[in-house]
Design a protein around this ligand. Structure first.
Ligand code: PLP
Length: 381
């Protein structure tokens, strides 16, 4: 048996999504920017997908800008917004627990001379809303706080932060890549101006995503050379990818409540199973107010990388960080920001479930963890 528990890295493409995409990789190959019949057919498909993506997050279709994924959406949000700012508001506020897409975009802005303030997190991986609100001075242009953390699943107190930001004239971006399709996300309820999302975390294809841009928000493009996406993202659209993204969003919208409930029950079964049978297994992150599909556990005295490899050999796929940083020997920056010691952070593994996860897979994974931790502890000098 092979059990996939790394849905936060990517989710398998859903059969319905693939079915919806295939015609656009075959006989329906038009360019949506063309005025003829071939192009207009493709444009209609893109427009339908745009409406489906918008509907999942309570936005209007014209507020959706398709991108190549969450990374590009986050970069467009931060760089595009800050580039459009003039006058006294020049500072960016963000957090130390963001995905590298945002961390590195903020670093790039800093290298261009933009002052950047980075908020810390508490031992649950949660940003303190009071601290965030205090940071919103007259010189702040934008605050970017993720909606749900990819490593530990912690939901951030975004609504309170966004409310304060908007009342002070500060723009708000959230990286909602891990949240969309797993918990209800509504741009009006959140009160954000910009929100990034990605198709491949919710059963859509890799290499496509979107940035929600609230009507009236001033933002400059990062790529030039075409009028696509209202001039905000030049380049021929990935029609098949966008069609798949739309389908994945429509499915997520209709299944969200049931799927979240089921995933949380399986996630709890996994967590309980491991903690009951493995001494020194500790959860990193909160018990509640987190994504229904994610748990992060440390294993006392174990090297997380060795455990990951042994579990893979036993047929269970997990992660010890985001896919973009996995492979590096450093423990997750999120766990370190939560105040975990180096040893505990380096002994951590992330288990992330998806719509396809079954109970027997969870039981198989628990047995594999028990076996792998046992072997690694026996082999210890
Ligand atoms: N933001 C978060 C929180 C993520 O978890 C990821 C992917 O792991 C991204 C952004 C990047 O998205 P994409 O892979 O579509 O570029």
């Amino acid at each position: 048996m092979r059990v996939y528990l790394d849905y936060n890295a990517t989710a398998p493409i859903r059969a319905e999504v693939l079915d919806a995409m295939l015609p656009y990789l075959g006989e329906r190959w038009g360019n949506p920017a063309s005025r003829h019949w071939f192009g207009q057919g493709a444009l209609r498909a893109v427009d339908a997908a745009r409406a489906e993506v918008a509907a999942l997050i309570g936005a209007r279709p014209q507020e959706i800008v398709f991108t190549s994924g969450g990374t590009e959406a986050g970069n467009l949000a931060l760089l595009g917004y800050m580039l459009a700012c003039d006058g006294a508001r020049r500072r960016l506020v963000t957090t130390v627990i963001e995905h590298p897409a945002i961390l590195e975009a903020a670093n790039a802005l800093e290298n261009f001379g933009v002052p950047v303030q980075r908020l810390g997190a508490d031992s649950d991986g949660r940003v303190n809303p009071r601290e965030a609100i205090q940071a919103l001075g007259d010189d702040v242009a934008l605050i970017s706080v993720m909606l749900a953390n990819n490593d530990v699943g912690t939901m951030q107190p975004l609504e309170a932060i966004a409310r304060a930001a908007r009342s002070r004239g500060v723009g708000v971006h959230t990286d909602a890549v891990q949240a969309v399709g797993r918990v209800p996300v509504d741009v009006e309820a959140l009160g954000v101006d910009l929100l990034s999302l990605s198709a491949h975390k919710l059963g859509g294809p890799q290499g496509v995503g979107a940035l929600y841009v609230r009507s009236g928000t001033r933002i400059k493009p990062r790529s030039h050379g075409g009028a696509q996406e209202s001039g905000l993202r030049a380049g021929t659209l990935n029609v098949a990818g966008i069609v798949g993204f739309g389908r994945a969003c429509a499915l997520a919208k209709s299944e969200l409540t049931d799927a979240a409930f089921r995933m949380a029950a399986l996630r709890d079964r996994l967590e309980r199973g491991i903690r009951e049978r493995v001494a020194g297994a500790l959860r990193n992150g909160p018990a509640s107010e987190r994504l229904p599909n994610t748990t992060n556990l440390s294993f006392e005295g174990i090297n997380g990388e060795s455990l990951l490899m042994m579990l893979d050999a036993l047929g269970v796929a997990t992660s010890n960080g985001s896919a973009c940083t996995a492979g590096s020997a450093n423990p997750s920056h999120v766990l370190l920001a939560m105040g975990l010691g180096h040893a505990r952070a380096a002994s951590a593994l992330r288990f992330s479930l998806g719509i396809g996860t079954r109970e027997e897979e969870i039981d198989f994974a628990v047995d594999a963890v028990v076996e792998a931790v046992g072997s690694l502890r026996e082999a210890r000098p």
